[in-house]
Design a protein around this ligand. Structure first.
Ligand code: PLP
Length: 387
């Protein structure tokens, strides 16, 4: 039986074109892009080509792309780089549903003496734009609001948020790690100053990403060494990773609306059939704009952990909205911030599709689920979970 991978918001399978492009770079084009000889210049050429591919994927200029080690580093550089470039402004505005790379980093910055406001979201995971406007202060340097939530897929109104930031002279950073490759993003149109992306979320390799910095904005660098990447991120470039990122970005650029619609149709059918079959199932964020690949379904009366174990016994891999630490059932911070009851949040399972997902895989998941619930039966740990 083949495995069925439905955890694409955690990471994705590298596209065959990506692997094919990276192998010869690992073997032969091993030069240091800063070297002036031919071997180095070949590597520099490949880096420049990838930069163009990444930029054109969302309408940016190549000079606006800084390669980083991934989403976490891009988020950290965007926020702290902006703060360090604006020493008079020490306040950050963000939300309670950001990824740890923003949320925990903001908490860390508070301990360093900066100030942060974490905005609430509603039951569907949406930010109230009036609250957002009210949270901006004269000393607010940057607002960091994710483009799409990694757990629920719920989208943020980037255009409106960016417009408000412009009115108030606040920089707007968006963590678009989950959005790239799933929804179109056009930076010629969107008022975004800084944007983070990570290759492994759209069929590229791990450990490589980029930060978009709108020209002519300059932010302080965080990794100081050689003056690579406009002196924002020193260190010899990860050339094979950058080449892989470039190809993954090109594939995203080639993806059509049709592909996104196919993913959405599969996801919607999955949710419809699950909710039709199990009265205790509920889709989270189902009535608001969200990514076409993500289904977050809460199964009341069960824990995500036991459902995921049941699925993985059938070689189907998804993930939970709840993490299980040392036997204690911990519902997801994001779901709790949405006001979802603990009992429901504990049973939240995230099923995330990719461009390689098939109808046959969805059929198999739907066929297996009744067996999984039957096996767990009345022994669910949800009933004995600590409040
Ligand atoms: N931001 C979001 C929304 C994510 O989903 C992730 C990864 O899970 C990250 C940031 C971190 O990206 P990376 O794994 O490339 O550091």
């Amino acid at each position: 039986m083949d495995t069925i991978y439905l955890d694409n918001n955690a990471t994705t399978r590298p596209a065959p074109e990506v692997v094919e492009a990276m192998l010869p770079v690992l073997k032969d084009s091993f030069g240091n892009p800063s070297s002036t000889h031919a071997v180095g210049q070949r590597a520099a050429f490949l880096v420049a080509q990838a930069r163009r591919e990444v930029a054109s994927c969302f309408g940016a200029d190549p000079s606006e792309i800084v390669f980083t080690s991934g989403g976490t580093e891009s988020d950290n550089i965007a926020i702290l780089g902006a703060l360090r470039s604006n020493p008079d402004k020490r306040h950050i505005v963000t939300t309670k549903v950001e990824h740890e790379a923003v949320y925990r980093f903001a908490e860390h910055l508070e301990r360093e003496g900066y100030e942060a406001t974490y905005l609430d979201v509603d039951q569907d995971g949406r930010l109230d734009l009036n609250d957002f406007r009210a949270a901006l202060r004269d000393d607010t340097c940057i607002a960091s609001i994710m483009a799409a939530n990694n757990e629920t897929g719920v989208l943020s109104p980037l255009e409106q948020i960016g417009d408000i930031c412009r009115e108030r002279n606040v920089l707007f950073h968006t963590d678009a790690v989950q959005a790239i490759g799933k929804i179109p993003l056009d930076l010629r149109r969107l008022p975004i100053d800084l944007l983070s992306l990570s290759a492994h979320k759209f069929h590229g390799p791990k450990g490589i990403g980029a930060l978009y910095i709108r020209k002519p904005l300059r932010i302080a660098g965080l990794i100081i060494g050689g003056q690579q990447e406009q002196d924002i991120r020193g260190g010899t470039e990860n050339v094979p990773g950058i080449v892989g990122l470039g190809v993954a970005a090109r594939l995203v650029g080639e993806e059509s609306e049709k592909m996104h619609a196919r993913m959405r149709d599969m996801r919607d059918r999955l949710e419809r059939e699950i909710c039709g079959a199990f009265s205790f199932a509920e889709v989270i964020g189902g009535s608001v704009p969200r990514l076409p690949n993500t289904a977050m379904v809460a199964f009341r009366g069960f824990t995500a952990e036991e459902i995921l174990i049941g699925l993985s016994e059938k070689k189907i891999f998804a993930s939970g909205g709840s993490a299980c630490h040392s036997g204690a059932l911990e519902p997801s911070r994001v779901l709790l911030a949405m006001g979802i009851e603990r009992e429901q949040a504990i049973g939240a399972v995230r099923i995330s599709l990719s461009r390689y997902s098939t109808d046959a895989e969805i059929d198999r998941l739907l066929a297996v689920l009744p067996e999984v619930f039957k096996k767990i039966g009345s022994h669910s740990r949800a009933t004995s979970a600590a409040p």
